[in-house]
Ligand binder design. Structure first.
Ligand code: ACO
Length: 331
C-alpha cells in the first residue's frame, strides 16, 4: 500500500478542579436540571490560576509520546488546534514546542474551533503521506474558563464550556491500519452566530472599556441556529466520508463525535441509525472542550477497550466558523 499515517500514541489531561452544575448555580441563575436536560452536561473541569492551553497540552503530549515510544526530539512537527490560544500571538504550537525543548521543529496553529482537531489530523496525514514529515504531534487544547461571562447574562454559553487537552502522535505506515480519509468543510457566511468579537485587530483600539461593559470579549452564540446546523451537517459529513470508501453507517465500530451537546449527538446517531454501543460520549464529565473534546474522548474510548485493532472509527465535528468535518480511520 502507499504510504499513509496512523495514530501510535494518545494522551489527555484535564485540570483537577471539578465544577458541577450546582457550583455554577451559586453565581448564575441556572439549575442542574436545565443544564442536564438541554445538554447532558453534569460537570466540567476549570483551571486554577494562570494556566494556558499549552500547559495542559504538554502533559497530554508527553503521555502520547510515551505511548508511542518516542522522545520529543523524534518529532518533525507540532500541529496545535485551539480557539483559546495562550496569547494573541505567537501561536500555542510555538509555546508548546519550547516547553517540550525541541527547537527547530516545525509548528502550526489551527484555528478551526470545535472542528480544529479533525482539520489538524487531516493536515498531519497529508504531510506524512507525501513523505515531508515522519512523526507529527497533533494537539487539541483549550482554556475557556478564563474567558467566560460569570454572570447570568452569559448563562447560555458559560454552562457549556470546559478546559482540557488531548494529543495524538501520528507516524508513517504502509499497512491497512491508518487514517483512510478526511472530509473538511466551512461556511463563513454566518461566522458571527458563534464568536468572540473582542479584542479584535479590525477594531481600533482593539479593546475598549465600553466593549468590556457590553461583554463583547465573551463568547456569543445563537444556540438554536448552531443546534440546527449541527444536527444537519454532522450526519451528512459522516455519510460523505463513509460513502467515498464504500461504507455505510452500519459499518462503524466507533463514532467519536465532538462533545458540544449530548442531544445533538443523540439526534445524529438516530439519523444514522447507530446504536449506543457505536457512539462514545463523555460530555457529562467535561462539558464542551472544543478542539480538545475529540482527542480526550478518543483516548478514553481506547483506554476503556471500546476501540480495538481493525475497527472502523470515525471522528466527526462541527463548530464556529462555521466549520465541520470527519476523519475515517481503520484502527
Ligand atoms: N440556565 C437556565 N436558563 C437558561 C440558560 C441556563 N444556563 N441558558 C439559557 N437559558 C434560558 C434563556 O434565557 C431562554 O429563556 P427565555 O425563553 O425566557 O428567553 C431559554 O433558556 C432558552 O431555552 P431554549 O430555547 O429551550 O434553549 P435551547 O433549547 O436552545 O438550548 C442550548 C440552549 C443548550 C445552548 C442549545 O441551543 C445548544 O446546545 N445549541 C448548540 C450549542 C453548540 O453546540 N455550540 C457549539 C459550540 S462549539 C464551538 O465551535 C465554540
Amino acid at each position: 500500500m502507499l504510504r499513509g499515517s496512523r495514530i501510535v500514541g494518545l494522551g489527555h489531561h484535564v485540570p483537577d478542579r471539578v465544577v458541577t452544575n450546582l457550583d455554577l448555580a451559586k453565581f448564575i441563575d441556572t439549575s442542574h436540571e436545565w443544564i442536564v436536560q438541554r445538554t447532558g452536561i453534569e460537570e466540567r473541569r476549570w483551571v486554577d490560576g494562570d494556566v494556558g492551553p499549552s500547559d495542559l497540552a504538554e502533559v497530554a503530549a508527553r503521555q502520547a509520546l510515551d505511548e508511542a515510544g518516542l522522545a520529543p526530539d523524534d518529532l518533525d512537527m507540532i500541529i496545535f488546534a485551539t480557539l483559546s490560544p495562550d496569547v494573541f500571538f505567537p501561536g500555542s504550537s510555538c509555546i508548546l514546542q519550547g516547553k517540550l525543548g525541541i527547537p527547530g521543529v516545525a509548528t502550526l496553529d489551527i484555528r478551526n474551533q470545535c472542528t480544529g482537531f479533525v482539520y489538524a489530523m487531516s493536515v498531519a496525514d497529508q504531510f506524512i503521506r507525501t513523505g515531508a514529515m515522519n512523526h507529527v504531534l497533533v494537539v487539541g487544547a483549550e482554556v475557556h474558563s478564563t474567558g467566560l461571562d460569570m454572570s447570568t447574562r452569559g448563562r447560555d454559553v458559560t454552562v457549556l464550556f470546559g478546559d482540557g487537552a488531548g494529543a495524538a502522535v501520528l507516524s508513517p505506515t504502509e499497512g491497512e491500519n491508518r487514517i483512510v480519509d478526511s472530509r473538511l468543510h466551512a461556511d463563513g457566511r454566518n461566522y458571527d452566530i458563534l464568536m468572540v468579537e473582542a479584542p479584535a485587530s479590525r477594531s481600533n483600539p482593539r479593546l475598549t472599556e465600553e466593549m468590556m461593559l457590553e461583554g463583547r470579549h465573551y463568547p456569543s452564540m445563537d444556540g438554536r441556529s448552531v443546534f440546527r446546523f449541527a444536527v444537519d451537517r454532522l450526519p451528512a459529513v459522516i455519510n460523505e466520508v463513509l460513502d467515498a470508501h464504500g461504507h455505510s453507517a452500519a459499518d462503524i465500530d466507533m463514532l467519536i463525535p465532538h462533545q458540544a451537546n449530548l442531544r445533538i449527538n443523540q439526534m445524529a446517531a438516530r439519523t444514522l441509525g447507530l446504536s449506543e454501543e457505536q457512539v462514545f460520549n463523555n460530555i457529562h464529565k467535561y462539558g464542551n472542550t472544543t478542539a480538545a473534546s475529540i482527542p480526550i474522548a478518543l483516548h478514553e474510548a481506547v483506554q476503556e477497550g471500546r476501540i480495538r485493532s481493525g475497527d472502523l472509527v470515525v471522528l466527526a465535528a462541527f463548530g464556529a466558523g462555521l466549520t465541520w468535518g470527519a476523519n475515517l480511520i481503520r484502527w
